[in-house]
Write a protein that binds this ligand. Structure first.
Ligand SMILES: C=C(O[C@@H]1C=C(C(=O)O)C=C[C@H]1O)C(=O)O
Length: 287
């Protein structure tokens, strides 16, 4: 990530590093309102990536080990699937240009990241390093088992490369959104430190989940992504004269599918990241 292109939270943190020696001011980086604005922006990226993937059929061979002769083998001796191969190779290239040194980026294969070719950027420690969470294995499983079947029609149109490229874009956007839960959790911890500290000491994950849940915000998210999917994904060529006027609307991705995906998967995984981050938040601190 280049300094001037950093996301708000990371940008504010980097700016804090460049700030004069006074106590780094992270207030904007950890403002819940600023973080929520980033989540809203990520909705656009996610929805457009799903619309792009929906152009192509399910293309099952993309996801089957050994189906396509890519270089690289799993521990069981089978070749990677095309998707796994492309995801790994993408992370190698992006890793070299320090993508995963940014606190808001989390690799699917962090143990495989290569040496940098660019000098690392020093970020102010916005998040507690002892509490970092990576649930990308769950993000990948959710995508393949629940999300992809809802947005890609059954069949094989042989657009394997395009399908895999769009899968990688969607997976990276979903991962970023879900792991932003760490910034949300840190902001909530700093806002209600005593309440969260007591629940963390009690290891009460359910009570932590209750305290961090804001159902009113969730309902706004669900309605907003439904509207965005209906707006971004409406097939204006669906009417007889191609004007999009009148006629029944058709969508590249059904809005209710996107709304359901957020409610059933994206937001629960985000909250799982929040809870797991908070449960580790006090690790290493004297009780
Ligand atoms: C992200 C937040 O935490 C929770 C998760 C939400 C989500 O995934 O969209 C929304 C509200 C909260 O239940 C938040 O409070 O904004």
């Amino acid at each position: 990530m280049v300094a001037q292109q950093q996301p708000p939270a990371a940008a504010a943190a980097a700016a804090a590093v460049a700030a004069p020696p006074a106590e780094a001011d992270l207030s904007s980086a950890l403002s819940l309102a600023n973080i929520r604005q980033t989540l809203i922006r990520l909705e656009d990226t996610i929805i457009f990536s799903l619309i792009e993937r929906a152009q192509f059929a399910r293309n099952e061979p993309v996801y089957e080990p050994d189906a396509i002769p890519v270089p690289g083998f799993r521990p069981d001796g089978r070749r990677y699937s095309l998707l796994e191969y492309l995801l790994r190779e993408t992370e190698q290239v992006h890793g070299r240009i320090r993508r995963y040194t940014s606190p808001d980026e989390n690799a699917f294969f962090p143990e495989e990241l290569p040496p940098l070719v660019l000098p690392p950027i020093t970020y102010e420690q916005v998040l507690a390093s002892c509490a970092r969470v990576n649930i990308n294995s769950q993000v990948l499983s959710m995508y393949l088992e629940h999300l992809l079947p809802e947005i890609a029609a059954p069949g094989d149109d042989h657009n394997y490369g395009s399908s895999a490229m769009n899968d990688v874009t969607a997976l990276q956007a979903l991962s970023k959104r879900i792991h932003y839960g760490m910034f949300v959790a840190e902001a909530k911890f700093r806002k209600q430190t005593a309440e969260y500290t007591e629940l963390i000491r009690r290891r009460d994950a359910d009570a932590i989940m209750d305290l961090l849940t804001d159902r009113a915000v969730e309902l706004k998210v669900i309605e907003r992504v439904r509207l965005k999917a209906a707006t971004f994904g409406q097939d204006l060529g669906s009417s007889s004269d191609g004007s999009g006027a009148g006629g029944s609307s058709s969508y590249k991705v059904r809005p209710e599918v996107v709304a359901a995906l957020y409610e059933q998967w994206v937001m629960p995984l985000t909250k799982q990241v929040e809870v797991e981050y908070l449960l580790r938040r006090l690790d290493g601190e004297s009780s």
